[in-house]
Design a protein around this ligand. Structure first.
Ligand code: UDP
Length: 478
């Protein structure tokens, strides 16, 4: 009887999201899911990030924010710059990352005084492993990747231990995969110890639903690593939100959700291409020029999100007369866009994306096929999942793998490749129809996954059960 009583007690959970939109957004959605299921949740973050979260996560009496100071002086960053989305070069990005290592001391002190039943932390905080072990608390890891990418990175590392350059062919996965670019060794080596530490955790939380990556990758992962992966996504579908709350997800949009809706309401079903490269991809002007020219040549309508150029005066990256000629056909959003709201509109027919994992899952959830243009991090792996494994997109032909999304690139993706890829999906034809059918199928699966009895919902319940068992066994032995 005692165990039953213990099992009914809500869990006490601490979440530690990494300060970058692609990491914070899904982990905070997941934390909201735990809170709305009756568990006591504390998100530990820094003051500027807390301000973003205050606006973007729906208020809930079980969801608390705890802030620790961001060590701006120690790393030489101006006050208030506490997130990778607030910097636009590698030097400052490295300082943000360096600062996250210095958060250990204040976070450890807080955790010691407010012992949780479990810590759920981003893998970019490897020191949480030590803290959790010291305090005998289970730790769940989160990296914001697809499990497919995690498996592919692991295989690539184990197959290239001695070579100077990693190859782009990845053997021993359920599908033979050849990437369109070679991963920079510095990136793969940066990830290696982080992924190793991740494997020491109690399990990995994945913002995906089992049907998308496929059971075969879950089996592959669990068999080759002995580690448990919990697919509980898509994060964007987990929490019920108003249009305004959806629009504020992650950051405040520079354009109102209602303005986007009004513009899209005037367009035909599946006639608009949505273009966005996530939160950290800054293209040179000449690449933006190629995108504008390619889109114009395709003849299709578009919503194009271009990051605000911080500290720089507006540069000329549009062809002469472009805005006048495309006043009806296109909408350019300079800064943060309400992506989930836009993707959910029936007028959106394709998404030209950098294949960030959140964007990918959001597109799938909305039933929008993708034109893939990976740029940095694990996006080249996701491209293969989209185009070859799941068959829900076409490639633009990007071949240059950058470190984060900053800096000069040697190779442009030319306008004719952009036009061709857009036409391949948007001009109709058998291939496009088949891709749309498959995307639609996955979107139905995504919606089902988060409903009662769906795969992610079942995984979520099983995870809670495991965490409660762990806690209750621990307390019986104390
Ligand atoms: N996002 C958004 N508006 C923007 C840019 C990005 O809402 O203008 C959101 C997007 O919906 C996604 C996240 O930011 O949830 C980006 O994550 P992703 O993994 O796709 O890419 P990253 O930014 O990490 O490269």
């Amino acid at each position: 009887m005692g165990a039953t009583y213990l099992g009914e007690r809500p869990l006490k959970l601490h979440f530690i999201p990494y300060p970058a939109p692609g990491h914070m957004i899904p982990l905070c959605d997941i934390s909201t899911l735990f809170a709305s299921s009756g568990h006591e949740v504390t998100i530990i973050t820094t003051p500027s990030n807390a301000q973003i979260l205050h606006k973007s996560i729906p208020p809930h009496r079980r969801l608390h924010l705890h802030t620790v100071p961001f060590p701006s002086n120690e790393v030489g960053l101006p006050e208030g710059i506490e997130n990778l989305s607030a910097v636009s070069d590698l030097v400052n990005a490295a300082k943000v990352h360096q600062a996250t290592a210095l958060l250990r001391c204040p976070i450890e002190q807080f955790v010691e005084h407010h012992l949780p039943d479990c810590i759920i932390a981003d893998f970019l905080f490897p020191w949480v492993d030590d803290v959790a072990n010291k305090l005998n608390i289970p730790r769940l890891a989160f990296n914001g990747f697809s499990l497919f990418a995690v498996c592919a990175i692991d295989k690539l590392q184990s197959n290239n231990t001695n070579s100077e350059e990693y190859s782009s062919f990845i053997p021993n996965l359920p599908h033979p995969i050849t990437l369109n670019a070679t991963p920079p060794k510095i990136l793969t080596e940066f990830m290696k110890p982080l992924l190793e530490t991740e494997l020491k955790s109690y399990g990995l939380i994945v913002n995906d639903f089992a049907e998308l990556g496929g059971e075969e990758y879950i089996e592959h992962y669990e068999q080759t690593t002995g580690h448990k992966a919990w697919h509980i996504g898509p994060a964007s579908l987990m929490c019920k939100r108003s249009l305004e709350e959806k629009a504020e997800r992650g950051q405040k949009s520079v354009v109102g959700a209602d303005e986007c809706m009004r513009w899209l309401n005037g367009k035909r079903v599946k006639s608009v291409v949505y273009i966005c490269f996530g939160s950290m991809c800054h293209f040179q002007d000449k690449q933006l020029y190629e995108i504008a020219s390619g889109m114009e040549a395709s003849g299709h309508d578009f919503i194009w999100v271009v990051p605000e150029k911080k500290g720089k005066k507006e540069e000329k990256w549009l062809p002469k007369g472009f805005e006048e000629r495309n006043a009806e056909k296109g909408m350019i959003i300079k800064g943060w866009a309400p992506q989930v709201v836009i993707l959910g509109h029936p007028a959106i027919g394709a998404f030209l994306t950098h294949c960030g994992w959140n964007s990918t899952v959001e597109a799938v959830s909305a039933g929008v096929p993708m034109i893939t243009w990976p740029v940095h991090d694990e996006q080249f792996y996701n491209e293969k999942l989209i185009t070859e494994v799941s068959g829900i997109g076409v490639e633009v032909g990007a071949k240059e793998w950058s470190i984060l999304g900053f800096g000069e690139r040697k190779h442009l993706v030319p306008r004719n490749s952009i036009e061709k890829a857009v036409r391949r999906l948007m001009d109709g034809g058998d291939e496009a129809l088949a891709i749309r059918r498959r995307t639609n199928h996955y979107s139905i699966m995504a919606a089902r996954a988060v409903q009662e009895g769906g795969s992610s919902h079942t995984n979520f319940k099983a995870l809670i059960h495991h965490l409660k068992l762990f806690r209750d066994r621990k307390s019986l032995h104390q």
